[in-house]
Design a binder for this molecule. Structure first.
Ligand code: AMP
Length: 178
């Protein structure tokens, strides 16, 4: 077995499932035990960035809020900048916004208008891919800024929700698939 396969299985074992959080019917994937383990946290960053070397990526874009944890660490490793995509109303400067559908209603994500230079090469990271609405909206914001998405990477994918379908224009990687 390769080191990569071992790390990914170890990460899967450390993810804690919390039934009915934050509301009935949701199986919340709690990643805090992964973060608290130095070897597993570092393993996540190695796997999320596997195949990329310093100089290949200009910015790692992270999605509010747990995506920030992985994207920031990946940015340091790849010697790239870190750019946050936040929920509407949190960023202080001028923003571009993108609305997306939730199960009930809509949500909006935002990015600073000058966060990425046109043509910059981006790795987009979030903790979990569910329906793909959040990541698709984030990807649109990156495109609005004229940057190029090299890949979208997630720690966890809930494959039964078919979020990849929404991201079919991009290479997508996930470390642990349910
Ligand atoms: P979606 O837009 O449906 O792909 O939802 C993805 C976003 O919602 C990610 O930023 C996740 O952090 C969060 N999320 C959705 N479902 C779960 C879940 N079962 N456990 C933990 N986080 C979730």
């Amino acid at each position: 077995m390769t080191q990569t396969a071992t790390a990914s299985a170890d990460i899967a074992r450390a993810i804690r499932n919390i039934p009915d959080f934050p509301k009935a019917g949701i199986q919340f994937k709690d990643i805090t035990p992964v973060l608290a383990d130095a070897r597993l946290f570092a393993g996540c960053i190695d796997l999320l960035t596997e195949g990329f070397k310093p100089g290949m990526v200009d910015a790692v874009v992270g999605i509010d809020a747990r995506g920030f944890i992985f994207a920031a660490a990946a940015a340091i490793k790849l010697e790239a900048g870190f750019v946050p995509i936040r929920k509407k109303g949190k960023l202080p400067y001028q923003t571009h916004e993108q609305e997306y559908d939730l199960e009930y209603g809509t949500a909006t994500v935002a990015v600073h208008v000058d966060a990425l230079k046109p043509g910059s090469r981006v790795l987009l990271i979030d903790d979990l891919l569910a329906t793909g609405g959040t990541a698709a909206a984030a990807a649109k914001l990156v495109q609005t800024l004229g940057a190029e998405i090299l890949e979208i990477a997630f720690l966890i994918e809930l494959s039964f929700l078919d979020g990849r379908q929404r991201l079919k224009d991009y290479p997508v990687r996930s470390l642990v698939v349910y």
